[in-house]
Design a protein around this ligand. Structure first.
Ligand SMILES: Cc1cc2nc3c(=O)[nH]c(=O)nc-3n(C[C@H](O)[C@H](O)[C@H](O)COP(=O)(O)OP(=O)(O)OC[C@H]3O[C@@H](n4cnc5c(N)ncnc54)[C@H](O)[C@@H]3O)c2cc1C
Length: 792
């Protein structure tokens, strides 16, 4: 029997990149098993486009890493080039919102060091003389983008990995996968392999290999095609004149990309009603195959592309490539540990597996060898979709993502497809009260409240139609009493006599005493924030942990792993309990029986005869309670509380108001402000870190999180805006909003250069606005409101 440390299943761009990076990280005992030959999945027929354009720094770094690898590193290592053409790329538009999006991405790129250029129509004409300008208002240029030969790049990575000791078994389909005595057993026609780690990098077949691992992977094959033209005379002329290659051009409004291919062009359309393919299992005989061309379904997109680039119509179609491409429900890849399994990893579901493959392999290799990802993983974490992401959801979202491949990504974007999956017991009641719902990891969650039934949130980068309603919600919460449905929290019950010791292993803070509430952060080996838990010690042997909706699977894994050497029971009660927020200065009048509870204490009590876990805390900085209650009692308790609150000026608040209010308190949010990249010392969470851990978290080049007041303007900050000192980007905004109680525009930002404290500006969609570091939160810095509990 063969024994290795890692088996990677799948020899496409993603799996081979992981093999290469594991070898580079010093793991030599690596075996890649491939059912056909390397690249014989989706990789061989990819158009090879590589970009730096991304809304998220992690996704951008995956893409930039791929470019560096294909363009510079592999040619140096192997002496052969990977067919990388640094053609540059541009996106063009007629849509003002799109220009906002371009300015936003450009702002992020200034900070990350991959600068992009905002284009005028004249500059578009200069860079792409074949494009007509009618209707265009501008664009964005990505000078370091290009395209690669996916086969050459994959073979180059494989060659280096093999020279470093990796093994590749070709023509060797994995037949089954099982776990035995702490190892994985992989059955293949060449025999059984015993391995410590197994990685699913099976691309189009990711779902099948996932099935063998006991998983239901949310990745769906969708058919995508591009056509290659014969010689296009103007292109041939340009080559004859020694002119540079044309930049790749994308028209997101019309949903197509065009790039030069030798003396012709490639045109790739993304239709709105994409065809999913073999959702319940790819036929076993399917290999390096293509589908027949289907140009009828994309005729309208081809026509639009020809209008913009008339030269396209002069070439004639040489070939059509139509093949499967996988889509996850958010179009990002699945990278990281498989939920609930030990030493099982996913590196699959990428719909951009060439441009992301080089970086994705680096990302996962780092995670496997260091025990934590190299950057914030939330956008790609393999555990971000739970069991709620059922077949219908996955299929509908794959079609939606394909059709919106080029959609505008608004900061508060809410998509219509795949909704109403996880409903709080208070859902209907909330919509009756005017809640406008948003999707949060399968849950429906009130974002804001309207008195105009059926109204939807504006899609915009600027102030939206919910600004005034949110102001009213904040007014109720800060002057009277407001209620909220906060049920989307992830929730865990931890029971056993060793709870205290366990909590100190899980997080950096001390365990709270019985009936007290604390905050603790689970850390990576390097001190980055993995998770944030509110810990309520309901009894000596019972801790109740709540955390973000998005981290349910991540946190359940983390708690179970930490519990291995303890005798404890851990239950995920996220769906069993609802959470009602009652907050504001009049809330003690609504809850006279709890009015004497001090801040940050908990009681198991009864209200209206209903058993309740009452937590005296508030993320919005007001006197208030979270009432955690069995889901079947949620509606009676809520309506009973409403009756009690009406004489005191009852209002409601949603997630947008909560976000605005928590920023006025300077509270950091997990997933945006708190990530694995930064330690609690960098985020200003010192009080929540045990004394003895602090020296371990100290290191050189620490960043520092600061709360900024930004000069008022017509656009409120949201995330990923560059913070500048003079002409130098010195930091990045991670979250922001208008603070209605203080009238201030606020943002949390990391200073990369912690000496840069004066003369700061934040670049919001290209507008530089003055910013001042606030030494204290602007709202109730002494927590008087939080601590006040007297009835009026
Ligand atoms: C027409 C088209 C154009 C595209 N253009 C681009 C582009 O320009 N840029 C870009 O970034 N992406 C592009 N893509 C997407 C890109 O092709 C994929 O995202 C990428 O190739 C995925 O790589 P992968 O390694 O994850 O999967 P794959 O390349 O599919 O590799 C998976 C491998 O797993 C193997 N395998 C499956 N089952 C088993 C088993 N049981 N045992 C062993 N091995 C197994 C398969 O044989 C295969 O080799 C395009 C896709 C299409 C269809």
């Amino acid at each position: 029997m063969t024994k290795v440390q890692v088996v990677i299943i799948g020899g496409g761009a993603m799996g081979v990149s992981l093999m290469y990076h594991l070898i580079k990280s010093g793991w030599s005992d690596v075996l890649l098993v491939e059912k056909n030959d390397l690249t014989h999945g989706s990789t061989w027929h990819a158009a090879g486009l590589c970009t730096h354009f991304a809304h998220n720094p992690t996704i951008q770094e995956l893409r930039a890493t791929s470019v560096r690898l294909y363009r510079d590193i592999l040619p140096q290592e192997t002496g052969r080039d990977c067919g990388f053409h640094r053609s540059g790329a541009m996106r063009i538009t007629r849509n003002p919102d799109r220009m906002d999006e371009f300015r936003h991405v450009s702002g992020l790129s200034d900070f990350t060091g991959y600068p992009l250029e905002i284009l005028t129509p004249e500059r578009i004409a200069e860079l792409h003389p074949l494009a007509k300008l009618e209707g265009l208002i501008g664009g964005i240029y990505e000078p370091d983008d290009g395209h690669v030969d996916p086969t050459l790049a994959t073979q180059a990575m494989a060659g280096v990995a093999r020279a470093g000791g990796a093994q590749i078994w070709r023509n060797c389909p994995v037949q089954s996968i099982r776990q035995e005595a702490g190892h994985w057993l992989i059955e293949t026609p060449k025999g059984t392999v015993t391995t410590v780690h197994v990685v699913n990098a099976a691309g189009t077949w990711g779902w099948e290999i996932g099935h063998m691992m006991g998983l239901n992977i949310p990745s769906v094959p969708v058919l995508h095609q591009y056509l290659v033209t014969d010689t296009v005379e103007v292109v041939a002329d340009r080559i004859a004149q020694g002119l540079p290659e044309l930049p790749i051009i994308r028209d997101p409004e019309e949903s197509w990309y065009v790039r030069q291919e030798r003396d012709g062009l490639i045109l790739g359309p993304y239709e709105k009603d994409a065809k999913v393919w073999s959702v319940d299992g790819v036929p076993p005989e399917f290999g390096a195959d293509l589908m027949p061309p289907d140009l009828d379904s994309v005729e309208h997109i081809i026509a639009a592309a020809m209008d913009r680039i008339p030269a396209l119509g002069t070439g004639g179609v040489k070939s059509v490539i139509n093949g499967p491409i996988t889509f996850t429900p958010d179009a990002n890849p699945l990278i990281g540990p498989a939920h609930g399994l030990r030493n099982a990893w996913l590196l699959t579901g990428s719909s951009m597996g060439v441009m992301e493959g080089g970086g994705a392999g680096w990302f996962l290799a780092y995670w496997m060898t260091h025990g934590a990802p190299p950057m914030d993983a939330l956008a790609v974490d393999s555990r971000r979709f739970g069991a709620w992401a059922d077949r219908d959801y996955r299929v509908a979202k794959a079609i939606e993502c394909f059709g919106r491949q080029f959609g505008v990504h608004y900061p508060h974007e809410e998509r219509a497809v795949g909704r109403d999956l996880r409903l709080s017991p208070l859902h209907d009641l909330m919509t009756e009260r005017g809640a406008v719902m948003g999707a949060a990891y399968g849950w429906e969650r009130p974002n804001w409240f309207t008195d105009a039934p059926g109204v939807k949130a504006d899609e915009t980068f600027r102030r939206a139609n919910w600004f005034e309603p949110v102001a009213r919600e904040v007014e109720a919460a800060s002057t009277r009493v407001a209620m909220a449905d906060l049920s989307v929290f992830s929730k865990f019950d931890v029971m056993g006599s060793q709870v205290s010791a366990f909590l100190e292993v899980v997080g950096a803070n001390h365990a709270p005493k019985p009936e007290r509430i604390g905050l603790t952060h689970a850390l990576t080996h390097d001190g980055g924030v993995l998770s944030e838990f509110t810990v309520t010690r309901l009894a000596k042997d019972h801790a109740y942990l709540t955390s973000a909706a998005a981290s349910e699977e991540i946190d359940f894994d983390l708690l179970n792993r930490s519990a291995e050497r303890f005798n404890l029971s851990i239950r995920n009660v996220s769906e069993e309990l609802a959470v009602i927020g009652v907050m504001g200065p009049r809330s003690p009048d609504v809850l006279p029986e709890l009015a004497d509870m001090p801040w940050l204490t908990a009681q198991q009590t009864e209200l209206a005869g209903i058993p309740v876990r009452a937590l005296r805390l508030s993320y919005i900085g007001e006197c208030g309670w979270e009432l955690h209650v069995a889901k079947e009692h949620a509606v009676p308790l809520f309506t009973w509380l409403e009756q009690a609150a009406k004489p005191h000026g009852l209002g409601y608040f949603g997630a947008y108001a909560a976000n605005s209010m928590r920023l006025e308190k300077g509270y950091r949010g997990w997933g945006s402000d708190l990530t694995t990249e930064r330690s609690p010392l960098e985020t200003g969470m010192h009080p929540f870190v045990r004394e003895e851990l602090r020296p371990k978290l100290a290191r050189e080049n620490l960043w520092e999180m600061v709360l900024l007041e930004i000069e008022a303007g017509e656009i409120d900050p949201f995330y990923s805006h560059g913070l500048w000192q003079g002409g130098r980007p010195v930091g990045i905004v991670t979250s922001g909003a208008f603070g209605h109680r203080t009238g201030k525009v606020l943002a949390l930002a990391y200073l990369r250069d912690t000496t840069a404290r004066e003369d700061l500006t934040v670049s919001i969609l290209g507008q530089h606005r003055e910013a001042v570091i606030l030494p204290r939160p602007p709202y109730d810095p002494e927590n008087k409101r939080l601590k006040s509990g007297t009835r009026t």
